[in-house]
Design a binder for this molecule. Structure first.
Ligand code: ATP
Ligand code: MG
Ligand code: MG
Ligand code: MG
Length: 467
């Protein structure tokens, strides 16, 4: 089954069960300062869950564009390292606004996976929130999942694994206990069952999260019950497509194969399984969709995240031998792969290409020189930490966002001295303040140089930009 067919099968399955098919919302959250980018299907329904907005329906289904590159859910550092994470992905979801609850939500998920999609039940295991006996019993007694394949997991405070069966969209907002479905890709792959210290590999891959929305978390941490218990689910389209297309990595699916093959041609025939090529294929999706939703590369929080993604892609291209601009050329491939499902990509193609090319041209001017400086410093490096002043020079003179230098460091099993970088940045600000006292606008000069992108870690996390 093609990814596009799986998307339609999902929406139709829920439509037949009384759900309204609602279009994906923008990646830029509407009027929600708590969120950097749309990170889940439920975002556009936040006020409906909270009882602040009434809709004409109590059941909905969507295929939602998501970006997880900052804020509470941030997968930027996972891309290229795991088989299952992207910065941009599509989340298939079904929602109940005070309509059905645990029983139907679980039954629907099982029916879709093992009935419509024909997944073998013995490859699936599920997790439930540790105290949620109701969900546990539905899986055991009504669905018939063997007790061995139902794992209780808490909210993961201090546990030596990543799974967490209490879902929340951000530090505040709707949240609740959840139950998740995992697929076992086989014992030839490293990794253990969810809830074990070995789960971090990619053998058991989480495919579907079913959240029982029950609370609204307040800024002080207290949890207020929602007016009506509701359901919010999310299944990664790329992860389910991977299984149905017989692969293990998300990059094996049709959409990514198309992008990887084209990227490989642009970069002189690089092997399509190379990590850097995967990063590029991932980043063209997030960059293009973000631009299409109105984000422009800039020094502010959203725009700066986009800029960092684009620059990371350029650096990976450089690593694979690119000597000229290439990234913007992948927009056409993306339109071919995803333009039917997202017509805005087609209509915005020229604009996206123009913005990417401009950003790429600007960075290409300093990238090669910056890399040479870094190589020089690394060849003389004593120890495994890249000093803060080097990170600062790369940032300030060559336009390397700190996370880009960290990405390079990680490839070489090095780290960066963030503390030293912050000191150098602060010292520069001090100099700027002192200079401005004498009537000289040092900041303006820096802006003209086009090198003052870093807006502080706070803004990277979605907070207000400190320019
Ligand atoms: P993981 O534990 O694998 O990081 P998650 O628990 O963070 O996933 P949820 O927040 O529960 O993910 O999101 C619901 C579903 O969306 C997941 O079950 C998965 O199928 C999909 N998903 C989440 N993050 C990504 C990502 N970065 N790339 C692709 N799919 C994703
Ligand atoms: Mg995650
Ligand atoms: Mg998870
Ligand atoms: Mg999850």
């Amino acid at each position: 089954m093609k990814s596009s067919e799986i998307r339609s099968a999902f929406l139709n399955f829920f439509k037949e069960r009384g759900h309204e098919i609602v279009p994906s919302s923008s990646l830029v959250p509407h009027d929600d300062p708590t969120l950097l980018f749309t990170n889940a299907g439920m975002n556009q329904f936040k006020d409906t869950f909270l009882g602040r907005e009434n809709r004409a329906y109590t059941r909905a289904t969507t295929s939602q564009k998501c970006v997880r590159a900052g804020g509470k859910h941030n997968d930027l550092e996972n891309v290229g390292y795991t088989a299952r994470h992207h910065t941009f992905f599509e989340m298939l979801g079904n929602f109940s606004f005070g309509d059905y609850f645990k029983q139907d939500a679980i039954q629907y998920a099982w029916e879709f996976l093992t009935g419509t999609l024909n997944l073998p039940a013995d490859k699936l295991c599920v997790t439930v929130y540790e105290t949620d006996d109701e969900a546990y019993n539905i899986w055991l007694k009504e669905v018939g999942v063997p007790a061995d394949n139902i794992i209780r997991i808490g909210d993961n405070k201090g546990a030596p694994y990543a799974s967490d069966n209490f879902w929340q969209m951000g530090d505040t907002g709707p949240c609740g206990p959840c139950t998740e479905v995992f697929y076992d890709h086989g014992d030839h792959i490293r990794g253990g069952r969810p809830g074990t210290p070995e789960e971090d590999g990619d053998r058991f891959i989480e495919i579907w999260n079913i959240v029982f929305m029950q609370y609204n978390r307040q800024a002080d941490g207290t949890m207020e019950p929602l007016p009506k218990p509701s359901v919010d689910t999310g299944m990664g389209l790329e992860r389910i497509s991977t299984i149905l297309q017989g692969g293990h990595s998300n990059y094996d699916i049709d959409i990514f194969q198309g992008l990887l093959n084209d990227a490989s041609k642009l970069l002189g025939g690089v092997d399509t399984t190379v990590g850097s090529l995967r990063v590029i294929a991932d980043h063209i999706r997030s960059s293009a969709f973000l631009i299409s939703d109105g984000v422009m590369p800039s020094n502010e929080s959203r725009g700066y995240t986009l800029r960092r993604i684009i620059r990371r892609a350029c650096r990976h291209g450089h690593k694979l031998g690119a000597t000229e601009t290439f990234f913007y050329k992948l927009v056409g491939s993306l339109v071919r792969e995803m333009g039917d499902a997202y017509p805005e990509l087609k209509s915005d193609q020229a604009q996206i290409e123009r913005i990417l090319l401009q950003e790429e041209e600007q960075f290409t001017k300093t990238l090669d020189k910056g890399m040479r400086l870094l190589e020089d410093k690394l060849s003389a490096l004593d120890g495994s930490v890249i000093p803060g002043d080097v990170v600062f020079t790369l940032y300030d003179t060559y336009g390397f966002p700190v996370d880009l230098t960290e990405d390079i460091a990680r490839e070489r099993e090095l780290t960066v001295d963030t503390e030293g970088f912050n000191q150098a940045l602060e010292a520069q600000r001090e100099r700027a303040r002192a200079a401005s006292k004498f009537g000289m606008d040092y900041n303006e000069q820096l802006t003209i140089d086009g090198v003052t992108e870093f807006t502080g870690y706070q803004s990277l996390q979605g907070g207000s930009a400190v320019k």
